[in-house]
Design a protein around this ligand. Structure first.
Ligand SMILES: CC(C)(COP(=O)(O)OP(=O)(O)OC[C@H]1O[C@@H](n2cnc3c(N)ncnc32)[C@H](O)[C@@H]1OP(=O)(O)O)[C@@H](O)C(=O)NCCC(=O)NCCS
Length: 157
């Protein structure tokens, strides 16, 4: 199947994308390092990022099939490092429907999302990936990312 990426718009299924967004990281984030997401908040956040009125965000969707169906998304954010003042990009959530995984869609979405950040003014990208998330680590490696810092955690409870 041929897929393309495009910016999300008001006609897309916001509830479905919010559900996908809320599911990301559940297997990778530590229980005490994340709060459960509330769909209402996620919907609002996604709408703000989609509208990108400050020019600092965009939501891309991956679409394919006949009739066309949205099967994944990525949230692109342009951020500024408070110390160096350099602009960099982050992807605050990327997701591909489980049935469509393993055919290059994650790679295509991530590449398109990085390109959005580059065109918005980012001089580099930062990615935060769970150490066990082999699929996302692979996607980033294929795009030229290199590990830079590792977060270690020690539990006291
Ligand atoms: C991460 C994710 C977006 C990847 O999407 P995808 O469409 O399956 O990725 P691709 O098909 O483009 O795969 C890219 C590479 O990763 C590899 N890969 C995919 N799934 C893999 C897995 N489970 N284990 C190991 N490698 C995997 C592919 O083989 C491919 O490498 P190759 O070209 O060398 O063969 C998808 O797994 C997902 O939505 N996961 C849940 C949400 C998530 O974890 N988001 C990232 C949070 S940081």
């Amino acid at each position: 199947m041929v897929f393309m990426t495009r910016p999300m718009n008001e006609t897309d299924n916001l509830d479905q994308i919010a559900d996908w967004f809320d599911s990301i990281g559940t297997e990778w984030l530590l229980d005490y390092d994340s709060a459960p997401r509330r769909r209402e908040n996620s919907r609002e956040q996604l709408l703000n990022w989609m509208r990108g009125e400050d020019g600092l965000s965009c939501v891309l969707v991956a679409e394919g099939g006949e009739p066309a169906k949205v099967v994944g998304f990525a949230v692109c954010l342009l951020q500024t490092d408070p110390i160096t003042n350099r602009k960099y990009g982050t992807i605050n959530g990327i997701y591909v429907e489980p049935e469509q995984r393993g055919q290059g869609l994650g790679h295509t979405l991530k590449e398109a999302a990085d390109e959005w950040c580059r065109q918005a003014g980012a001089t580099y990208m930062r990615a935060y990936i769970g150490i066990g998330n082999t699929a996302m680590l692979r996607v980033c490696k294929l795009l030229g990312y290199e590990p830079w810092m590792v977060t270690w955690v020690r539990r006291f409870d």
